[in-house]
Design a protein around this ligand. Structure first.
Ligand code: NAD
Length: 368
């Protein structure tokens, strides 16, 4: 199969983890007989430096002409003092809006081999396998007026949602729950916010269409507490943009590091952009220290969701799991008395594991 992938490395560690992920995808292409054509585009700070804007039209065109998009991360102190409309993060918000990527899927999985890398107690996080479904193109991050209004000492941000925007993300949440353990936790702040009251009404209406899914409502403050207290109780969480952003960073600590969390951002027709949950990590950028697994796992989500390459996606997930089980880790996954691998070495381990699994599969076939 031949697929075109738009590749937007962005800034900081985004470029480092993207480079390795392309190598992993090329290894998958070799093993399964596919061709991935990578079309590069600039976004974020790199795009500002090159073109003066965080999301140039050429980049958007490359994305629209591709079968899927891979994105690294944007931002960094170099661009922090620019006006809000010109900052790297604006490029990220704009690409999500322009490509109508309203559904952000963020799986959070506790790997047995990394239980000791989490700051949480092992017995609490063992077996955690949850999915956060975050609304991505509405709410506070996109409120009108899109410019933050400053009136003397007053600032105003607007939280706005339409019924349709809520309905489509709630449907995504129910559908995801149906494919998993049929439990949906809808997170809101209905005791205070009108937008949350409408959210809750819509979840209750939609529940009638999914009688096989158990639904519960949870206030966001309680959810923040329960994710730490009893994370294994969650299956699918569906929530609005800001709450999802915060809760998923919190949940990343179950895996031990932000560097472990992949994500998929999907349009209604299934077109998707795939990116790690983490940012550009300026504190470690350029030092070959970044954990590449979130980006690599995001590429696996791309193979699964956008290209329907289930076996290929599973091959990447399996290689990552086996590399971790073999005791390899990067330095963000703190393990007592041990030093982590560099970004490059971690990527090489994943590629070696893919090759080894392939060889083993060949031997098994020969004996079948
Ligand atoms: P961050 O996610 O970049 O980093 C938070 C902490 O986690 C840092 O200590 C960092 O070193 C560590 N970390 C993150 N990813 C890691 C990885 N793969 N391997 C090892 N350690 C990792 O968040 P931040 O520091 O708040 O933001 C830095 C910049 O990134 C800001 O400009 C911010 O706006 C931007 N940002 C971008 C995105 C995105 O592109 N999707 C998301 C969040 C933040």
């Amino acid at each position: 199969m031949k697929k075109t992938v738009a590749v937007l490395p962005g800034d900081g560690i985004g470029t480092e983890v993207m480079e390795g992920t392309i190598k992993v995808l090329n290894a998958v292409a070799d093993r399964f007989g596919h061709t991935f054509e990578f079309q590069k585009g600039v976004i974020g700070g790199a795009a500002i430096d090159e073109t003066g804007e965080p999301l140039p039209k050429e980049t958007l065109d490359v994305c629209k002409e591709s079968d899927a998009v891979l994105l690294g991360a944007v931002g960094g102190p170099k661009w922090d003092d620019l006006p809000r409309n010109l900052r790297p993060e604006k490029g990220l918000l704009k690409i999500r809006k322009e490509l109508e990527l309203f559904a952000n899927l963020r799986p959070v999985k506790a790997y047995d081999s990394l239980l000791d890398a989490s700051p949480l107690k092992e017995e609490r996080i063992k077996g955690v396998d949850m999915l956060i479904v975050r609304e991505l193109t509405g709410g506070l991050y996109f409120g009108t007026p899109s410019e933050r209004r400053e009136d003397g000492d007053r600032v105003v941000d607007t939280l706005s949602y339409t019924r349709e925007e809520i309905e489509r993300i709630v449907d995504q949440g129910f559908q995801a729950a149906r494919k998993r353990n049929r439990k949906l936790t809808s997170v809101d702040k209905a005791n205070v916010l009108e937008s949350s009251r409408m959210w809750r009404e819509i979840v209750n209406e939609k529940a009638a269409n999914y009688p096989d899914v158990d639904v519960e409502h949870m206030l966001v403050d309680a959810a923040a507490m329960k994710i730490v207290q009893n994370p294994a109780n969650f299956d699918v969480i569906v929530t609005e943009n800001l709450f999802g952003d915060i809760l998923s960073d919190e949940a990343s600590m179950i895996t031990g590091s932000l560097g472990m969390l992949p994500s998929a951002s999907l349009r209604k027709d299934g077109f998707g952009m795939y990116e790690p949950v983490h940012g550009s990590a300026p504190d470690i950028a350029g030092k070959n220290l970044a954990n590449p697994l979130a980006m690599i796992l995001s590429s696996s989500m791309m193979l699964n969701h956008s290209f329907n390459m289930k076996e290929e996606s599973e091959a990447i997930d399996k290689a990552v799991k086996e590399v971790l089980e073999a005791g390899y880790f990067t330095s963000d996954l703190v393990k007592k008395g041990k030093r982590g691998l560099s970004t490059d070495k971690m990527i090489n381990q994943v590629i070696l594991q893919l090759a080894e699994d392939n060889a083993t599969a060949g031997i098994m076939e020969a004996y079948a």
